[in-house]
Write a protein that binds this ligand. Structure first.
Ligand code: CKU
Length: 609
């Protein structure tokens, strides 16, 4: 890969400079895609001011802007210090959704496909040193069946385009994460991989460093007090950590791993990563952290908030973690895309366990695309002609996600997709490739899974055998057998679980979704669907069932908070399955969960060793 030195998280060190470019940029829609021909790369002309980072959609008061699908441009100006001449100079984007082309001083520098992972534009040649530089970004938010997330883009009779997502969240887009100008050394660190190993009271940290250019490598491990506890030389090594403090669930300890590149006495590059000493392993039906069983309690989430859309919000990251601690959770899934890097840093610090999900959602033909299905025109998703291209994009996204997140102690598993059409024979070879790739690319060989849709049952699913642990999204008592029929729903859920049990898979199961839409202010005695009372009843029913099966090793309710979706008859200004409102205030179910989760030990159902 080309620009790796700049992909590492932006940090200022003795050898690296970083200037944050966030702020008010210029912004302009380009519905007819005229921008390129009209030279907008040299300046987009008149345009609104637009905050970066943020989704553009929820600022405007007119529908056409909110629902806009197509090309749009951002522009800003920045200064490159004269002293940076001779360095590697980059613009690093935390993400550009769903794809972007970067121009600096009128030159096309790079393109990136996929809206939830970082990339960098190498502007070493194009930059004006000691002067002003113009940055223009052509962004596009259209959906197709070969891109992630998947969907379609239709053209309305008046010529406007509209997004038809095959997924249940608003198609927020724009420059949604932070942007940095980086001044990096020419001989630089490009990658660091860490693998902790534990053996009784002993701990080792295996490391491997990649560089561009020749240099001597020094790796130093510092404890939380800043004391050096281990040192190594060379690009690969295994460091023994004396009196190791382990990284535990909700009880984190972080070591700083500092890498320096030298030529003689001269420090050429320096960078550091915070990491933890912990192992993750699946053994039989147990999820083991440091060899100890752990039961996952938590949520499926979204990056979603009023006004900001999916824009980076350190305030919401903080609030969400405070709420998750308050309620007694220990984990979450980054449904349905990799989140901002700062979310993982917070999870590392707070001792939360993350199932890290790739942006592969909507790989299903009948959920959102049911109109064609109704006309009998349905082609099974994994038999569509665009599949090789989709697979390519999917592999790239998984590779970028693993590369970005592999050293976080909080990341305990990879979810390679959400609710793909795993009932189709053709899904099996597709998923085999993804599972093999994830194992090969992850230095820590973490467990792999995908969140399975309700139709993927023990008798119909063609892909569960690839999973190291099995994740189920199940809506018994909501989409099927809701309300007065909840007792029948309980029987149906039990009967499905009996089916899984009979397969004797000897693997842990985690419920990655279950829940009920609920009005933040709606009460009803006796309950009806949508009332806060019904949400609690449905949760109680699910938990009664989970508690009676030992192989169920986790419950991540859908969803942490209410979130915005596209409009439609099934959604009332968004999905209301939140345990908290979109404003992060508790519904009745939050108090119910607090009671349950504070009582459940972290090793609930674990074999006592
Ligand atoms: C959630 C068909 C089930 C889809 N699943 C995924 C998630 O993104 C949705 O928001 C269910 C729901 O509330 O329907």
């Amino acid at each position: 890969m080309e620009h790796c030195a700049a992909l590492l998280y932006p940090r200022v060190t003795a050898a690296r400079q970083a200037i944050n470019l966030d702020g008010m940029w210029k912004f302009r829609f380009d519905p007819d895609s005229r921008g390129l021909a009209e030279g907008w790369k040299d300046g987009i002309g008149s345009g609104d001011l637009m905050p970066v980072p943020a989704s553009f959609q929820d600022f405007f008061t007119d529908k056409a802007s909110r629902e806009y699908a197509g090309d749009f441009w951002y522009e800003t100006e920045f200064f490159v210090p004269a002293e940076w001449k001779g360095r590697g100079v980059y613009v690093r984007f935390g993400s550009v959704t769903h794809r972007g082309t970067v121009f600096v001083n009128g030159l096309e520098i790079t393109r990136h496909e996929g809206g939830f992972l970082p990339f960098a534009a190498d502007i070493t040649e194009a930059a004006r040193y000691g002067g002003a530089n113009r940055l223009a970004v052509l962004v596009n938010n259209e959906l197709s069946e070969t891109t992630l997330p998947a969907g379609r883009t239709v053209t309305l009779p008046d010529g406007r385009k509209a997004a038809k997502p095959y997924f249940d969240f608003f198609n927020y887009a724009g420059i949604q994460r932070r942007v940095y100008l980086l001044g990096l050394p020419k001989t630089a660190l490009t990658d660091l991989s860490l693998v902790p190993r534990l053996d009784g009271a002993r701990a080792e940290l295996e490391y491997s460093v990649e560089t561009c250019g020749e240099a001597e490598v020094e790796v130093t491990v510092l404890d939380e007090e800043g004391r050096t506890v281990a040192e190594g030389r060379g690009a690969k090594g295994c460091l023994s950590i004396p009196q190791p403090r382990l990284w535990k669930v909700r009880n984190a300890y972080l070591y700083r791993v500092r890498v320096r590149l030298y030529r003689g006495e001269e420090v050429l590059d320096e960078w550091y990563e915070e990491t933890g000493l912990r192992t993750v392993e699946i053994r039989g039906t147990e999820i083991l952290l440091n060899g100890e069983p752990v039961y996952l309690k938590g949520f499926g989430k979204h990056e979603d908030a009023d006004v900001l859309g999916r824009g980076y919000s350190p305030a919401h990251i903080k609030r969400d973690f405070e709420l998750m601690k308050w309620i007694g959770a220990n984990s979450f899934r980054t449904s349905h895309y990799p989140y901002a890097e700062e979310v993982y840093q917070m999870a590392d610090r707070e001792g939360f366990l993350i199932i890290d999900e790739s942006p592969a959602v909507g790989l299903f033909d009948s959920t959102a695309n049911f109109l064609d299905a109704g006309k009998g025109a349905r082609i099974p998703f994994f038999e569509k002609p665009g599949i090789p291209e989709l697979l390519q994009n999917h592999l790239v996204a998984i590779g970028e996600m693993i590369r970005r997140d592999k050293n976080h102690p909080s990341v305990i598993a990879w979810s390679l997709a959400n609710e793909p059409e795993t009932t189709a024979e053709a899904a099996a070879p597709y998923f085999k490739k993804l599972f093999d790739a994830a194992l090969a690319w992850d230095p820590q060989k973490r467990p792999r899974t995908y969140a399975g849709i309700m139709l993927s049952r023990p008798e119909s699913c063609k892909c569960y055998q690839f999973c190291d642990f099995i994740c189920l999204n199940r809506y018994y008592g909501w989409y099927v057998l809701g309300g007065y029929e909840i007792d029948t729903a309980e029987q149906a859920l039990r009967s499905e679980l009996e089916g899984w049990k009979a397969k004797n898979l000897n693997k842990p199961f985690v419920f990655t979704e279950y829940g009920a839409d609920t009005g933040g202010g709606l009460h009803k005695l006796p309950s009806v669907q949508w009332s806060q009372e019904y949400q609690v009843e449905l949760l109680e029913m699910n938990h009664r069932v989970f508690d009676s099966y030992d192989f169920i090793k986790g419950e991540q309710v859908w969803a942490f908070a209410d979130f915005q979706t596209g409009e439609g008859i099934l959604r009332v200004d968004g999905n209301k399955k939140g345990i908290f409102t979109r404003q992060r205030q508790p519904k009745a179910a939050a108090f119910y969960f607090k009671q349950r989760w504070e009582k459940l030990p972290e090793n609930y159902k674990g074999d006592k060793k």
